[in-house]
Design a protein around this ligand. Structure first.
Ligand SMILES: Cc1ncc(COP(=O)(O)O)c(C=O)c1O
Length: 325
């Protein structure tokens, strides 16, 4: 199951220390895993999920992918790129109205050849089934990828990522105590949780919630648990996961999805100016801010080795030029 994927990226992604950040927070050693360098149309965490999802679509002899997201969706941009590589048609359902000028991820999705449908108020793929029927009536065989690529198949990308991390840790003779990352549609969190069990990785996950809204009436914790329950059975993991096992830090999502405050801006500046690493304003900027707050306030035991899992998202930065200048 772990090898049943269609290669789309460059792996393993680098794992290295953020030496200046470690120096600034001397009670901790801070490392970074560079999934912004996965290579697929400027990289990001969706590459890992798409390797499994695109394989499933190809195995089902589909010729068309349908997925949905915000206009600045990294998932949609990377899906468009994956479709180009795999020779599939790509239809994206993006919330809101057609803007006069395309920028950031929207521009890249268009350049990558996706057919874009603007869906107004329907921001989370509500129109997927209608579009699917329409395309199937024209003779296409459609494969629908869920919001954010977050189902068990997509999460397999992060089960595999834990195997990759474990191998790097052995090679570098390193132990990681805490892993911080942005969690939004839940697939990465579910995959890491399953991978931790499967590959016996002892690090604690600290997923930083990005979006305070619920998805289809379910909390993010419930979405993550549902994927984990399915995954636990399919991967023969002998653990009865409960809602209380799903930890999600909600301290930093109060301003809402895509709202950039001084907190994200300061985090972006701190990493860029000290380490030459670029964060995005929506996901990694917020998650890195959350992690720095943990370190400043000593919310985790001192002397810990801390990993920030960079999940990409850079193209969206150009949408926020006014806030960041
Ligand atoms: C840059 C970036 N980081 C993190 C995430 C969150 O990953 P997930 O949707 O698997 O929770 C996303 C996608 O939503 C993303 O685009």
């Amino acid at each position: 199951m772990i090898d049943n994927k269609f290669n789309l990226g460059f792996f393993p992604t680098p794992l290295n220390e953020l030496k200046k950040v470690s120096k600034k927070y001397p009670d901790y050693n801070v490392f970074i895993k560079r999934d912004d360098n996965t290579g697929l149309a400027s990289g990001g965490n969706k590459t890992r999920k798409l390797e499994y999802l695109i394989k499933q679509a190809l195995d089902a002899n589909c010729d068309t992918i349908i997925t949905a997201g915000a206009q600045q969706s990294n998932h949609c941009r990377q899906t468009a790129a994956a479709c180009s590589i795999a020779g599939l048609k790509c239809h994206l359902l993006l919330g809101g109205d057609k803007p006069e000028i395309y920028d950031g991820n929207l521009l890249l999705s268009s350049i990558l050849g996706a057919e874009i449908h603007f869906t107004g108020e329907n921001r989370k793929g509500e129109d997927k089934e209608t579009l699917k029927k329409k395309l199937e009536n024209k003779g296409n065989k459609c494969f629908v990828i869920p919001y954010g690529g977050s189902n068990f198949t997509g999460a397999m990308g992060f089960v595999n990522a834990v195997k990759e991390l474990k191998e790097q840790l052995i090679e570098q003779k390193l132990k990681i105590d805490y892993i911080f990352f942005a969690s939004s549609s839940g697939g990465m969190q579910a995959g890491l949780t399953l991978g931790k069990e499967l590959y016996q990785l002892n690090a604690k996950l600290i997923p930083i919630s990005i979006d305070k809204d619920e998805t289809n009436g379910l909390s993010l914790e419930e979405v993550v648990l549902n994927i984990i329950k399915e995954g636990g059975q399919k991967l023969n993991i002998n653990k009865n996961f409960q809602l209380s096992d799903i930890r999600l830090n909600r301290d930093y999502d109060k301003d809402g999805y895509g709202v950039v405050t001084n907190n994200e801006i300061n985090a972006i500046n701190e990493l860029a100016k000290n380490e030459g690493v670029l964060l995005d304003p929506v996901y990694t900027g917020r998650a890195f801010y959350g992690m720095l707050d943990f370190l400043k306030e000593k919310k985790i035991p001192t002397n810990a080795n801390v990993l920030f899992w960079h999940t990409g998202g850079l193209p969206a930065i150009f949408k926020y030029a006014n806030e960041l200048k």
